[in-house]
Design a binder for this molecule. Structure first.
Ligand SMILES: Cc1cc2nc3c(=O)[nH]c(=O)nc-3n(C[C@H](O)[C@H](O)[C@H](O)COP(=O)(O)O)c2cc1C
Length: 308
């Protein structure tokens, strides 16, 4: 699965990455729910795929992610997203952002397992049974003491799947990810458990799978650094040669991403390109050179010329 990444895996990026193959599913950036029901246009803005059957052009389902702490409001919006055609609803219990946590959302909820359970139960109740409700959590807020309890409550409340980013909120994004801490949950739960965090290459995928016991993987930043990572992992499982994406092809994808940013305000339009390059630098030395060339450019035309 392709991980949700706010400000990164927007619609154009999901199109690009799922178009390269290897993904069974992706998730939107989070939609923050406070106390009211959003109008249709808000859902379509975060998930334009709602207009195309809830799938990307390559047919990959896109689950819509909600973030919030008000169970009733989350339930209303989840029901609406499902009615609008979302093929699944994902609940965010992992966001570490201070503003989000201050309002009790994201990873802050991991301090109150009963609220997590109430939210999942309310959302499950509001969404038709044939539409999956999934949850994404970290190991805990500042420790993993409640991991098993929260995971059990999420299952008990009716979630269809649980993805675990194998770090606490306090760990932030610092390596390592503690894949082995997910093993107990994987054994205890009957729903699929998906391992996430710090999977940058095929060796990491092997290790994450063997240490966590999980078969299913969710790729975040590694998918940006190596756009073919999902396919490489799939090929590795079949003992087949790993496909590689030459830099020239990556350049073409960068052009597509830039072209897809035309609707953004001019001063932001180039930011996605720059941001992707910061991850591509990890897999492609040429990305570093290009990044240095464009990092101070503000005009989209200027950036576009640098890509040609
Ligand atoms: C820039 C950025 C934005 C993110 N936004 C979200 C989000 O909207 N929802 C969510 O559940 N996780 C979000 N995450 C967390 C990722 O989905 C993932 O759990 C995390 O990056 C660990 O995976 P990785 O080590 O493979 O990157 C975000 C991560 C990054 C780096």
């Amino acid at each position: 699965m392709l991980a949700p990444m706010e400000g990164v895996t927007d619609h154009p990026m999901r199109e690009i990455l799922t178009g390269l193959g290897g993904y069974d599913r992706c998730v939107t950036e989070f939609l923050r729910v406070t106390d009211h029901e959003y109008p249709r246009r808000v859902f379509v803005k975060i998930c334009p795929e709602l207009e195309t059957g809830g799938v990307t052009r390559s047919g990959t389902p896109v689950y819509l992610q909600l973030l919030g702490s008000d169970a009733a409001a989350l339930a209303i919006n989840a029901g609406k997203a499902a009615a609008l055609g979302a093929p699944g609803i994902d609940l965010n219990f992992g966001c570490p952002a201070k503003t989000v946590n201050r309002h009790g959302g994201g990873s802050a909820l991991l301090r109150t397992p009963e609220t997590v359970e109430q939210i999942v139960a309310a959302v499950r109740d509001a969404v038709p049974a044939n539409i999956p409700v999934t949850a994404k959590m970290r190991l805990g807020f500042d420790n993993a003491d409640h991991l098993v309890e929260i995971a059990r409550r999420i299952e008990q409340a009716g979630a269809n799947e649980l993805c675990i980013h194998a770090r606490t909120r306090t760990d932030g994004y610092r390596p390592p990810a503690y894949w082995q801490q997910v093993l107990e949950v994987k054994h205890l739960l009957n729903i699929p458990v998906i391992i996430n965090g710090e999977i940058w290459n095929t060796d990491d995928a092997l290790n994450a799978r063997s240490q966590s016991g999980c078969v299913d993987l969710m790729l975040g930043r590694g998918a940006l650094a190596r756009p073919l990572l999902a396919r490489q992992i799939a090929m590795q499982s079949k003992c087949q040669p790993l496909p590689q994406l030459p830099w020239e092809d990556v350049l073409e994808l960068l052009k597509v991403l830039l072209a897809g940013a035309v609707d953004l305000p001019a001063k932001y339009a180039g930011n996605r390109t720059k941001q992707w390059l910061t991850y591509l630098k990890l897999g492609y030395p040429a990305a570093e050179i290009l990044f240095d060339r464009i990092k101070r450019m503000r005009q989209v035309d200027e950036i576009a010329r640098a890509l040609y």
